[in-house]
Design a binder for this molecule. Structure first.
Ligand SMILES: NC(=O)c1ccc[n+]([C@@H]2O[C@H](COP(=O)([O-])OP(=O)(O)OC[C@H]3O[C@@H](n4cnc5c(N)ncnc54)[C@H](OP(=O)(O)O)[C@@H]3O)[C@@H](O)[C@H]2O)c1
Length: 243
């Protein structure tokens, strides 16, 4: 039976992939409600089936209260985490170990690892116990330790590898209470966004995907994934990415 989530939460709904994912859900699931969270809520898509909320680690009480309210109103069938950072004015991807800084590492881990962990903490229990529910967080192929033959991007790679470990731990724990739910990491491909913009030069022709295409493929992966695959990481084309 196709997965037809009716209550969907999207974190990072202001980003390129997050926004595209919201639109894809609204198109594909005609009666679904989408609860959108973003640091910049004014950039969340406006739609009568979208509800917008602030997302900040500085307001954990607010996040917890929102989770409790969503639980009381019916829980969630699908949770999609599309937040993440590769570069910022104060944290650049490091080419060499000489560039590592505590502040840069902390900032990257804060966004790519700690924020998704807090979302897991408060929102994973909202998934259904009786039927399929999915928690999918966008990781990255470069977070795979065994796939790393180029080096560089220390903090980004390490923060995504740590995210993959959190996904595995949470999947194991959730299995005990939510036998039908699935927790996965997903790799979106190389997608045109603010995050990838500084690194798009020199990409082979046709490799840069539009966010709308990536979002549709990721939703296909989420549709197909089953309980036997929980805790793992999948690329946009459905292939598994080794840890
Ligand atoms: N684009 C690619 O080629 C590619 C490849 C592999 C993996 N990914 C992953 O895909 C995910 C989405 O990236 P994207 O390409 O869509 O980039 P994007 O357009 O820059 O979106 C990033 C999203 O993360 C949010 N965000 C960043 N830092 C945050 C923080 N501290 N607190 C709350 N929200 C924060 C942004 O919020 P604001 O709108 O407020 O800035 C935005 O919603 C990321 O996890 C990224 O690592 C992307």
């Amino acid at each position: 039976m196709p997965f037809s989530p009716q209550r969907i939460a999207v974190f990072g709904a202001s980003g390129a992939i997050g926004t595209a994912f919201v639109h894809e859900c609204l198109d594909r699931f005609e009666t679904a409600k989408v609860f959108c969270f973003a640091r910049s809520p004014d950039r969340i898509p406006v739609h009568d089936r979208v509800e917008s909320h602030d997302l900040s680690l500085n307001d954990l009480e607010g996040l917890k209260a929102r989770a409790e309210a969503l639980k009381a109103s019916g829980g969630l069938d699908l949770i999609f985490v599309a937040t993440g950072q590769l570069h910022s004015p104060t944290a650049k991807p490091e080419k060499t170990i000489r560039s590592l800084s505590i502040s840069g590492m902390e900032e990257t881990f804060h966004t790519n690892t700690v924020l998704p962990a807090m979302i897991m903490k408060y929102f994973l229990p909202l998934l259904p116990k009786q039927q399929k529910g999915v928690f999918a967080a966008i990781s990255a192929r470069v977070g795979s330790i065994s796939d790393n033959s180029l080096g560089g991007w220390y903090s980004y790679r390490a923060s995504k590898a740590a995210l993959n470990m959190l996904i595995r731990c949470a999947a194991i724990e959730l299995q005990r209470t939510h036998q039908n739910s699935v927790v996965i990491g997903v790799h979106p491909g190389t997608v045109d966004s603010e995050l990838s913009k500084p690194f798009q030069r020199g990409l082979p022709e046709g490799q840069l995907m539009r966010p709308v295409k990536s979002a549709a493929l990721l939703l296909d992966v989420i549709n197909k994934v089953d309980q036997s695959q929980t805790g793992r990481c999948f690329a946009y084309d459905g292939t598994e990415i080794a840890p």
